[in-house]
Ligand binder design. Sequence first.
Ligand SMILES: [Zn+2]
Length: 582
Amino acid sequence: MKPRVLSRALRLCLAGGLAAVLAACQSVAPSDPPLAAAPAASAPVPAVAAPAALPVAPPATATNRPRLLVFLVVDGLPQRQMLAYRDQLAPDGLARFLERGAWYADAHYGHAFTVTGAGHATVLSGTYPHRHGIIANEWRDAITGAPEYCTGDTGATYIGHKTQPLDGTSPKNLKVETVGDVLRRTDPRAKVIGISGKDRGAILPAGKTGTAYMYMTQTGQFASSTFYMPQHPAWVTSFNAAKPADRWFKKEWKALLPDEAYARSLPDRQPWYGQKAAALPMLMGAPSDEAPGPAYYSQLLRSPYADQLTLDFARAAIAGEGLGKDNVPDILAISLSAHDYINHRFSAESRFSHDHLLQLDRMLQDFFKHLDATVGRDNYIATLTADHGFMPAPEFTAQQGLRSGRIVGNQLLTRVNSGLEEEFGAGKWVSFSGSALLLNKQLITQQRVDPDEVAEEARALLMEEPGIAAAYTRRELAAGSRIDGPFFGAMQRAWHVDVSGDVQYVLKPYWMFQSSTSIATHGSPYPYDTNVPILAWGPRWVKPGRVDERVEVVDIAPTAANWLGVAPPATSEGKPLPLPTK
Ligand SMILES: [Zn+2]
């Protein structure tokens, strides 16, 4: 499988009108229990505030600021998974946070459509899609229906690499500033670097004025885009010239621990994996390949080695850019992508995912050791969170006796459009856009019908579908008129008036859109998707301890701003995280 190629195929399908495929990138939701009893749901905008009773970190002054903020995002890591293997963690990887740092044990996203673009735009802006505008990974232009990609920008191209029209090359669609933007505005000498296996994982945390580098599945190299610079600095060229991605070619991904250590996760070769050979050890590169090529470089993303490569590139960035070398704080945002690819392919309950997290834990331990040696233990703060959690595979959920299901997106769309044709006449009235149905504005103008009436009918048709938990129209979301409805607050926070579609929906728990590439996914307002780790370590600034108060991911940005001695981003809606009390 080739993630970048597949993703391009998805976008092409979209362009061709098979918008249902888009929905495959979404995950969704729940409800065997009656909706009213479902979790999360319905609070108005800033859902959760830090409890007033707990102290809040005082803003840093110019003399006690960290030299470097290392901001780690593990793509697709639900908190439950980190806890499931806690006894198998290395002494100084994730355990550095859990045992010697601050651990916010009830941290959640507050927006309903928990996907990669939306999460990465949230982490350092401190705001949700209703303000930052990154409502999904892919969507359609609300007026023309043309496909859009969250970090797409036809005005920029990858440096030294081919660029397709919807490839992610800039933060053009990000409507807000990040902590890094405030930092750089305060002192332009500050450096803000974003690095990831995915373009959106690098570009969105880097903000409007940072610099992003992303992994290229065609070559196994890291590249930036012409939005950021005309050509790469020497340290990037020399990193790529050494072909570091090639060193795992024809090597095997072997489990880190003996078999008995994995008794708590699902054995390899589950029937729903869809590949008989899906087992560890796993060969990197096809047996017939004579040299590393795009298939091998894509495969790395579904193995521990993409994360190793990303952290190696981060080490090169620290040296090449002199990050953390002086008293002007820098931000190094690193998004580790492999966990998400592995979870989509095998689910978070699999041995693959279990082993990957243990391997990543050891990589983080080495990375922290490197930071201690180069930047100095008393000079940096490290944080770790995730852009979303993950649902279990529906087949696994069914084995637990819970209802679950897969929706065939294009069939659902056909049923809704047929219903609308009966009411309003022939035509394709709606298509998928992010986690919404988008009205065909041209058809509505031609037929001279009231768009609110079409949206209301589409909502009613959607609610007849077995996997849909809730749906609201543009009028309801804009007016806030259904504030007591299930998931309404989370759906409002996921919906942007200029970018989003016209009927926003949430799936029932443990339901997902069928996808040829994912046996499990994410994108719901349920705790398996919203509950992610928030961890921080930095002995001079972060008091160790566990905080059990509910906090939100939007609370990270104002906290980071305090550490760095700058104002929070202008549209930030979070509050500084409460300090641990033990
Ligand atoms: Zn993700």
